[in-house]
Design a protein around this ligand. Structure first.
Ligand code: ADP
Ligand code: MG
Length: 260
């Protein structure tokens, strides 16, 4: 593998009983990439996402992050190594405020959270907390929720919750940001705003995105992987993927659109 490869999957499979949801997938994600995974419903995208984030255990194959084998590591260890994820179904604390949701994640990063047990004492702890608060405010500004700090997460619109999830994920200062269908259920305006937000992330944050909205994928991604029936069908530039007869076939043969 090259120094530029952040994430590498080799022969990764996931079996649910006798059913194979992910079938021998090998895939490399370059550092700094805006990499999208697309494919018809049931292609195995979310399952693969779970294997990479660590919410699901891999049946066979290996996953390495920066050359380190993370295949058997639980979610929190992968977060510690710089992975953050937003999920298809929200993982926010609904009764906590918008600011608290981001602050909790930022505190986990600095180790200054109550009961974090890091032994940070006195002024160092206070200054770490102040830093986490400043970072949480900056992130809420960046995702477009500057005037929502004190609302409960439950009071946000669907699109605003997705924006908040991005802020929570970024608060851990990830090197690898994983997003499963971030635009699901969003209005076109909300999708556009999210697209701009992802596009504006610094190069230090590598983005791996599972997305159904192909307009968003083709606007954002520099690399696109197509999955079909649990398998890795092809990986290429957006133009290559759009032009691929195999990809057209995979979509037309099952459900949805590869438009234009
Ligand atoms: P996608 O995200 O591409 O729509 P999924 O990864 O969610 O696809 O699902 C791939 C296949 O695996 C589907 O046929 C789905 O029914 C099956 N599947 C997903 N999760 C489970 C599970 N926990 N148990 C059994 N089958 C599952
Ligand atoms: Mg899915």
């Amino acid at each position: 593998m090259s120094d530029l490869d952040l994430l590498q999957l080799r022969g990764v499979s996931k079996h649910f009983g006798s059913f194979t949801a992910v079938d021998e997938v090998s895939l490399t994600v370059r550092a700094g990439a805006r990499h999208a995974i697309i494919g018809p419903n049931g292609a195995g995208k979310s399952t693969l996402f779970g294997l990479i984030s660590g919410t699901l255990t891999t049946s066979t194959g290996t996953i390495t992050l920066d050359g380190r084998d993370v295949t058997r590591l639980p979610v929190h260890r992968r977060v510690g190594l710089g992975t953050a994820a937003t999920f298809q179904h929200s993982s926010l604390f609904m009764r906590e405020t918008v600011l608290e949701n981001v602050l909790l994640a930022a505190l986990l990063r600095t180790g200054a959270g109550a009961g974090a047990g890091t032994g940070l004492g006195g002024w160092r702890k206070v200054s770490a907390q102040a830093e986490a608060l400043a970072r949480a405010r900056t992130l809420l500004e960046r995702v477009g929720l500057p005037d929502r700090h004190d609302l409960a997460a439950a009071a946000l619109s669907h699109g605003e919750r997705r924006q908040l999830e991005v802020a929570v994920a970024l608060a851990t200062e990830p090197r690898l940001l994983l997003m499963d269908e971030p635009a699901a259920g969003m209005s076109p305006a909300e999708t556009q705003r999210l697209t701009e937000l992802i596009a504006a992330l610094p190069d230090e944050v590598t983005v791996l995105l599972v997305e159904h909205d192909l307009d968003m994928v083709f606007e954002l991604a520099d690399t696109v992987t197509v999955m079909h029936l649990g398998r890795h069908l092809t990986t290429g530039t957006p133009d290559q993927v759009r032009a691929s007869a195999e990809v057209q076939q995979a979509y037309l043969g099952t459900t949805t659109e590869v438009s234009s």
